[in-house]
Design a protein. Structure first.
Lengths: 325, 518
C-alpha cells in the first residue's frame, strides 16, 4: 500500500542491480546512491539515504516491475519521502501541496455528466489544460469527466505529503458510483488500484488504443510513446497488450530491452516545479535516439511537451489520430 | 618487460589461523593489511586535486559486500569515477601515500574481490557513456564502467549488439575484461575479454595509456584477464556485430557425460552459434543449442540432430517419469523438477520476447531468469575451468560435491574458444594453461531459496569444489579474493611469482586491488 511503513522491505534486497539497469535517474547521474539498490544498501547499514537522492526519483515505476524480489519500490520511495518531507528545504513545496489538498477537501466533487455510461475519466491537469483534446477523448471513450481528478493527490503522492483522510474520502466517494475509471496519470492509477481494488481501472492511453478507429491509424513509421507510470506499475497486464499493438500495427514503442516503458520525466515535473533536477529534455532525446520514424504519438501530454521540444518529429496525442468525431 | 628472477624461499609461518590449509605453507607475498596510515593527508591531497571522496557511512556502506555476500569490508572513502584524469590523480596520490584502492564495477564478484578492506573504493560505474559506435568497422568505444545491459541498449538503437558478454547483464565491461566473461556463444566468439580491440588504462602509478595488440602490447597483455592488478580500464574498444534474434533448441539427457560429449562435439564442429549445458541436479540435464539464422538452424536439424544422444522434451519426460516410478522414494525430487520446469520455462521464452520462433534480447531474458530463479543474497558459484580432456571428470566430481552439501543445485557448463595469439594473455587466468583451442568451465550453484546455511558451510562447499581443481590441475573462473590461495596451489608458484614480480614493478606500493591475487 502507498504510505505504508514498509521501508523494512529493503532488507529483502540482495543487490542484484536490475533496478539500476532500468533507472532513468541512474542513466543521467551514474551514481548508485540515487537508485533503489543504493537506498537498500544504505538502509541495510542502518542509515537513512540522502534526502536529495530520495527526491531525485521520478517515480516511473520501472524498478518495481523488474525487482526479482517483488519489492514494491514505488511504495518504499513513498514511505521514505513521507518521512523526509518534513526537512526544512522542502517546506515550501510541502505547504503548497497541503494547501491544495485542503482546498479540494472542502469541495464536493460533482461529476459532469454527458451520458449514463458509468465510465468516468480522471483527466489530470495536462489534459484539462488542453480542452480540445480532452473533449475528443471524452467523445471517443463515451465517458463522464470527473471534476475532481485528484491532481492534488497525485502531486502529494509524488512528494510524500500525507493526504488528509477527509480529502481522500471526498475523492474516493466521488468515484465509487462509476462502473469503470479511465485514468490519465499512472501514479493515480496505481493508487486507485489499491484504494478501490474491486473497481475496473484502465489507463487513458490503453482505453483509446483499444478502439479500432484509433488503433488502425498507428503505423510502422510511428513511435508510440506509452505513458510509463501506468505501464510499469501494471506491467504483467500491459506488456501483452502493447506487444499485440506492436505486432499488429508495426509501430515502435518507447520500451527498453526489458520491455519496460522509458519515461521522459515530464509528468514528474509538474509536482516539483523548479525543484526538479532531472533533465527531461535529455531523457526525451534518448527516447527517440536511433529511431527510424516519421511521427511520434503520445498517450501523455506531459511526454508530448518534452518530445515536441526536440523539434525532430511531429508529435500528436493518441486521440488526435481520429479527427473530429 | 624485463622480469627479474626471484628466489623461491621459505617464509615464516603466518601466525594467523595456523591450522588453515594443513600442510600448505602460508606465504606472505604482499604488505600487511593497511591500517589507515596517511589517510587524512591523502584526503587533503585529493581535495587539492579536485577528486571528491565520500566518507559518510551510508555511501561507504553501499559497497560493504559483493554478490557473494560472504566477504564484508568497508572502505574509508568512496570515489565515483568520472574520467581518466581524475583516476590518474587518485592513483598517483594513492601510490605516494600508500593507500589501497579497490576497483568495482557491477560488484558481481563472489569471493570479495571487489570489496574494499579499508582504503578507497573506486566505483567505476560513474563512467558509463558510450563514446562512439562505428558500424562500418564494427566496433564500439565505451567508458569501461558501463553495464553490459546499458551497452546493449545503446547498440540496439543502431541495430547492433556486442559479441559476447556474461549471462548476467549487471556486470560492467571493464570488470569483465579483467576476469574473462563467458556467454553461451563463447564457444564461437571466445570470452568477453577476447572481444577487446584496444583499451585506455590508468596504470597503478597514474599514467593514462592507450594499449592494444599493436600499441603498448605488454600492458594490454597484462590488463586483459589481469584481475585489475596492472591497471584500471577506463575506456575500451570492443568488437560488435549486427543484432540477430536467437533460435533455440533444448535436448535432454540423463547422463552428464553424454551431454558433455555432445557439447564438445557440436562446439568442435562449429555447428551452432550458441551452446551450453544447464542442469537441475544431475537428473534433468539440458543441452542448449542456438542459432542466429534459420539456415544454420535447418542445417543443424538436418545433419546433426540425429548424432546427439539427447532426447526431445516428450521422450525425456517419459524416461524421467519411468525413473521416478521405479524410485518412488524420490517423489519429492520429481515434484521439485516439475515445479521448477513450470516456473522457469515460461520465463525463458516469455511471449513478449518471442517473434516467429526466435528469442528477442536473449541476454535480457536469461539475466532476469537467473536473478529470479537463482538470485540470493549469497551467490555461491564455485567453478572449475579445464581443458577438453579433463572436463567431464571435473564436472562429475563437482557434481558429487554438490550432492554431498545440498539437495538442490544447478550446473552450468560453457565452452570458450581460445585465440591462439592471445596465449600470453591467458597466463595466470581462468583459461587453464594446458588448454588448447577450447577450454570448458562448469559453475556449481546450490539453490538456496529460503534455507539458511552458515557462512562456514557455504565456504566449505566452495573449498571442496576448488580442491578438485588443485587435484586435477585446472583453473577457475572465480579467481582471487577469498580463494586466492587456490591459485598458487592449482597453477603453481612459478607462474604466480612471475606475475607477482611484474606486479611489484608496475605497482611499487602494491595498492591497486591488493589481496585479490597476490
Amino acid at each position: 500500500m502507498l504510505f505504508s511503513d514498509n521501508k523494512m522491505d529493503c532488507h529483502r534486497c540482495h543487490g542484484c542491480g536490475l533496478c539500476v539497469m532500468v533507472c532513468p535517474v541512474w542513466h543521467q547521474r551514474s551514481d548508485v546512491r540515487c537508485t533503489p539498490n543504493g537506498y537498500a544498501r544504505v538502509m541495510q547499514c542502518g542509515v537513512e539515504p540522502d534526502i536529495r537522492d530520495v527526491f531525485s526519483c521520478i517515480m516511473c515505476g520501472a524498478c518495481s516491475s523488474i525487482c526479482p524480489q517483488q519489492i514494491d519500490l514505488l511504495d518504499v520511495f513513498s514511505s521514505l519521502r513521507k518521512q523526509m518531507i518534513h526537512n526544512e528545504d522542502l517546506q515550501e513545496t510541502k505547504a503548497r501541496l497541503m494547501d491544495s489538498l485542503k482546498q479540494h477537501a472542502s469541495t464536493t466533487a460533482n461529476a459532469r455528466s454527458r451520458n449514463d455510461s458509468g465510465r468516468m475519466l480522471l483527466a489530470g491537469k495536462a489534459l484539462r489544460d488542453r480542452p480540445e483534446i480532452m473533449d475528443r477523448v471524452i467523445e471517443l471513450l463515451g465517458v463522464q469527466c470527473a471534476d475532481d481528478d485528484g491532481t492534488d493527490i497525485v502531486h502529494a503522492l509524488e512528494m510524500g505529503v500525507a493526504i488528509p483522510e477527509s480529502r481522500q474520502r471526498v475523492f474516493l466517494d466521488s468515484l465509487k458510483k462509476a462502473d469503470e475509471l479511465i485514468v490519465s496519470d499512472g501514479l493515480m492509477k496505481h493508487a486507485l488500484q489499491q484504494w478501490l481494488p474491486a473497481m475496473r481501472i484502465q489507463s487513458t492511453g490503453q482505453a483509446l488504443t483499444t478502439l479500432p478507429q484509433v488503433r488502425e491509424k498507428i503505423g510502422n513509421d510511428d513511435l508510440y510513446v506509452i505513458e510509463s507510470r501506468s505501464y510499469n506499475t501494471d506491467f504483467e497486464q500491459a506488456v501483452d497488450f502493447y506487444d499485440q499493438l506492436q505486432r499488429q500495427q508495426g509501430c515502435q514503442l518507447n520500451l527498453d530491452l526489458h520491455r519496460l516503458a522509458i519515461p521522459t520525466g515530464g509528468v514528474s515535473q509538474d509536482a516539483r516545479g523548479h525543484d526538479h533536477e532531472f533533465d527531461s529534455q535529455k531523457q526525451a532525446e534518448w527516447v527517440v535516439t536511433g529511431r527510424k520514424i516519421k511521427r511520434i504519438i503520445v498517450e501523455s501530454l506531459e511526454d508530448g511537451i518534452q518530445l515536441s521540444g526536440l523539434n525532430h518529429y511531429p508529435v500528436i496525442h493518441v486521440s488526435e489520430l481520429v479527427m473530429a468525431v | 618487460m624485463d622480469i627479474p628472477p626471484i628466489e623461491i624461499g621459505e617464509l615464516p609461518e603466518d601466525p594467523v589461523a595456523p591450522d588453515a590449509l594443513q600442510g600448505i605453507p602460508r606465504q606472505q607475498t604482499n604488505p600487511s593489511r593497511w591500517q589507515g596510515e596517511n589517510w587524512q593527508s591523502f584526503i587533503d591531497a585529493l581535495k587539492t586535486g579536485n577528486v571528491e571522496v565520500c566518507e559518510d557511512y551510508g555511501s561507504r556502506g553501499i559497497y560493504v559486500t559483493d554478490a557473494g555476500g560472504l566477504a564484508h569490508g568497508m572502505p574509508n572513502g568512496v570515489v565515483i569515477a568520472r574520467n581518466a584524469e581524475q583516476i590518474a590523480t587518485l592513483m598517483r596520490l594513492a601510490q605516494k601515500f600508500r593507500v589501497p584502492v579497490t576497483t568495482r564495477g557491477g560488484g558481481l564478484t563472489t569471493e570479495g574481490e571487489s570489496v574494499a578492506f579499508g582504503g578507497v573504493l573506486l566505483d567505476m560505474t560513474g563512467m558509463s557513456q558510450v563514446v562512439h559506435i562505428d558500424t562500418d568497422a564494427l566496433t564500439v568505444r565505451t567508458e569501461a564502467g558501463i553495464y553490459w545491459h546499458r551497452l546493449a541498449e545503446v547498440l540496439r538503437r543502431q541495430e547492433m549488439d556486442y559479441l559476447s558478454a556474461p549471462l548476467n547483464l549487471t556486470s560492467s565491461v571493464g570488470g569483465t575484461l579483467g576476469v574473462g566473461g563467458i556467454d553461451v556463444n563463447s564457444s564461437k566468439y571466445g570470452c568477453s575479454a577476447d572481444q577487446a580491440v584496444s583499451l585506455q588504462v590508468v596504470t597503478p602509478t597514474g599514467e593514462i595509456v592507450e594499449c592494444s595488440d599493436e600499441q603498448n602490447a605488454e600492458l594490454f597483455e597484462r590488463v586483459i584477464l589481469g584481475y585489475g592488478q596492472f591497471g584500471i580500464i577506463t575506456e575500451a574498444t570492443l568488437k560488435i556485430r549486427p543484432y540477430t534474434p536467437m533460435r533455440m533448441h533444448y535436448f535432454y539427457y540423463r547422463s552428464l557425460r553424454s551431454a558433455i560429449h555432445d557439447l564438445i562435439e557440436i562446439d568442435r564442429n562449429d555447428v551452432c552459434d550458441y551452446s551450453g549445458i544447464l542442469t537441475m541436479m544431475d537428473k534433468a540435464i539440458t543441452l542448449l543449442v542456438g542459432f542466429d539464422t534459420e539456415e544454420a538452424e535447418k542445417c543443424f536439424l538436418d545433419s546433426w540432430r540425429q548424432r546427439l544422444s539427447g532426447y526431445g522434451e516428450l521422450g525425456f519426460a517419459v524416461r524421467l517419469s519411468a525413473y521416478y516410478v521405479l524410485h518412488p522414494w524420490r517423489i519429492g525430487e520429481a515434484l521439485f523438477l516439475l515445479q521448477r520446469k513450470r516456473t522457469l520455462f515460461p520465463d525463458l521464452q516469455p511471449k513478449h520476447h518471442m517473434r516467429d520462433g526466435a528469442i528477442l534480447d536473449r541476454t535480457v531474458v536469461f539475466s532476469r531468469a537467473v536473478w529470479k530463479h537463482w538470485g540470493h543474497k549469497h551467490m555461491v558459484i564455485p567453478d572449475l575451468a579445464t581443458n577438453v580432456d579433463k572436463f567431464a571428470d571435473a564436472v562429475e566430481r563437482g557434481n558429487a560435491v554438490c550432492k554431498r552439501f545440498f539437495p538442490r543445485y544447478t550446473l552450468y557448463c560453457v565452452g570458450i574458444k581460445m585465440r591462439p595469439e592471445h596465449k600470453p594473455h591467458y597466463e595466470l587466468s581462468s583459461i587453464p594453461p594446458d588448454a588448447q583451442d577450447y577450454s570448458y568451465g562448469c559453475e556449481f550453484e546450490p539453490i538456496l531459496e529460503n534455507e539458511h546455511y552458515s557462512r562456514d558451510y557455504l565456504q566449505s562447499f566452495k573449498n571442496a569444489v576448488y580442491d578438485i581443481g588443485v587435484d586435477m590441475g585446472t583453473s577457475y573462473y572465480r579467481f582471487g579474493g577469498m580463494m586466492k590461495s587456490y591459485i598458487r596451489r592449482a597453477l603453481g608458484n612459478e607462474v604466480v611469482d612471475k606475475h607477482l614480480s611484474m606486479k611489484q614493478q608496475a605497482d611499487p606500493a602494491m595498492i591497486l586491488n591488493r589481496d585479490v591475487i597476490f
